[in-house]
Ligand binder design. Sequence first.
Ligand code: ARG
Ligand code: ZN
Length: 885
Amino acid sequence: KTIFRKDYTAPAYLVDTVELGFDLDPDRTVVANRITMRQNPASRGRDIVLHGEEIELVALRMNGKPLAPTEYHQDGGMLIIRKAPVKVVLEIETLCAPVQNTSLSGLYVSNGNFFTQCEAEGFRRITYFPDRPDVMAKYTVMLRADKAAYPVLLSNGNLIEEGDLGDGRHYAKWEDPFKKPSYLFALVAARLVCQEEKYTLKSGREVLLQVWVEEGNLDKTDYAMQSLKNSIRWDEQRFGLELDLDRFMIVAVGDFNMGAMENKGLNIFNTKFVLANPRVATDVDYAGIEAVVGHEYFHNWTGNRVTCRDWFQLSLKEGLTVFRDQEFSADMIGTDSGRAVTRIDQVRTLRQAQFPEDAGPMAHPVRPDSFVEINNFYTVTVYEKGAEVVRMYQTLVGRDGFRKGMDLYFKRHDGQAVECDDFRAAMADANGRDLRQFERWYSQAGTPIVTARTRYDAVKRNFDIILSQRAPASSSASAGQADKLPFHIPVAVGLLSASGKDLPLTLEGGKHAKGATTVVLELTEQEQIFRFRHVDERPTPSILRDFSAPVILEYDYTDDELLHLFSHDSDPVNRWEAGQRLAMERLLKLTAQVALADGSDAGLKLDATFINAQRAVLTDETLDPAFRELALILPSEIIIAEQMDVVDPQAIHVARQFMRRTIGAALKTELLAQYYANQTPGDYSPDALSAGKRALKNLCLSYLMVAPDMAELKLAQQQFEKAGNMTDRSAALVSMIHSGAEAGPYLKAFYQDFENEALVIDKWFAMQAAAPTTNVAAVRKLMQHPAFTLKNPNRARSLIFSFISANPSQFHAADGSAYEFWAEFVIKLDAINPQVAARLARGMDRWRRYAPALQAKMKRALEKVAGRAKLSNDVLEVVTKALAD
Ligand code: ARG
Ligand code: ZN
């Protein structure tokens, strides 16, 4: 059943207070729920509509009187009481079985402990309730459980009472002083320990911060705690937003569907985004922890204090909060070049995942118009493209203007459940700007294509940039759009002189600062001409600086222009981008040659110009190591595939490997020199400079290891053995696995060392699954390993998802065997955990783009899944849309 945004109606009843009582038992938990409700003056409805799923109704009383089954209707997950009185107290008693709950939505058991996940619609799996985000209420929660098994009892807000119940059980009573929607409810009943700290806010108020983990993990909580304190300080400084509770808790759980959840005062996290020490976590893990701790903390204002009216507005909180966590991570590095490195990472994510989504069967606007299953819309479009949309406001109105817009947003909407339009209105009104056309970023799916042409008039000294835009029609059912109207696109531009310097700009009709070297062109029409005056020489344009809009830019750069930008552009993002364009041109040509030669790389050539440009960047010590690393990574196989009309995954792989091998051989001396120059001796620190050095050093190693000689193999082995941290250790191991050299003993040693570290064992599975030498048979063999299980999402993802999304040449093996594997495990996972299964199902999104022989096999696999009798809504929506594409 499809749900439409246009069908929104206000709730007939509002809830003032909720009192919940839990008698926690893994097999049989009793939930008593007392709700005070009143008719919503803004609605003409008179029916109370409650949601409930997978729970057993034991008793139902209205205003003190038991309701007979004839006095209410139960229908498709809803319980409806018709023509109810104006004021109502409902008392509802239900039963559930947390230990049976493998979907990890609602109340569930993980490693013997109780946790909840209520977003988006998990609260209805705990009790009957109007489970929609525009119903906000104050909650009081009483938890009762066995004291020995569950010594820690947590819920939202403040602990107001605790004690023993005498019979080996104990209780804790929690009260959340803020109104909240049901999706922000949480409880934890567990055997856990915490790192805690008193922290003084800027205002002088003291708060208690806690990070809760299983006993053996107390040596891995420092970085999460530090990140939490940094987040609190940053939100005070950058946005004037203060923590509104006296207590803020982070709890880590090993079984979790997503990254983390922003429950009021009680954030619940996937262990992956909490636990770190140098022995077990990589630089990437550390950065992930900082970002996710920040993200969930920032939700306290953007999401919790101001929430979403309905789930179509999800990007209101997610796009904005991703933008905030991106800015936080960038500010934590603090340098312009460090900030640029985070920006380049964001562009890579968009191209790797969001652009393909926007062009595929699940394409949807940032604010979708319809969905079957909301859990399928926690997407890179809603999150990352949503963050780009928020970033564009800042680009259009400036940093100060953006802050003014945020202030007005909170002034108007604190305590409310609102729409994306309300955020846009706050930005417009606070800055006196007309942002009506900007709405199309929310309503139209698909990645716009911006085409640039230029002309230079040497006599008049004018340089014109002609920009035009088009948006390809989205065929997909979720997008539901054929004709698209022009977007409001900020295009940041600079002009480089022949010597590589930024020219001071004079934009005709523009109102930019005198002497500015970057100006933002606002493209609002289908085509527009922008004229720069007083331009003394034909410049090289640097267009879409800092990736100022989530678009595809087409411009006929010559190789010389790209080389010029690659060595001189003052905008690091475009400097990197020039390198990517140079590489992409070559990769596409080489791929075509490999395809013509039936998969052989014999006779392929890579020009010296390109190699020299790579050498120059590699050895340019004025550049950040982190930037050099990014500039040397070739576009991924997935990104290359997106550029082709008919994707040939094998040819792409062979061509890209040829290029890597050739660069590795040609730059051997320099790679080795940089390998040694970027060592990080001494105590491990995850700071950006050290992490950048390790990234560059390990990239050098990976190039040297494409076709290693004895000395290079030895280098990798030594790094593996001597590494003082997981970043260097795992990079060495990955380089060995990918080189095709015998890595068995090292894999074994790694496993033995980290047998008891679940997150490291995930890495162990993932690095093998992603190796181009690992075929589907090898993956199946790994699945027989005693440490493998489908029930733990991290573990399932580490092997199955890594294979399907990070190993395209094996996933697309000509015999279609990996597609059968995909179908088999989508079906198996669906019976356990629909949300995880639906993510895996997305692996077939782009099936239409492959050669007919592969397409036919992919279609058969999709049909096999779609034809199953018992399929979740989650998976059904994904495969149905894929087949309809
Ligand atoms: N709001 C959470 C976050 O972004 C994600 C929750 C997703 N949950 C889900 N069932 N899809 O931080
Ligand atoms: Zn979020």
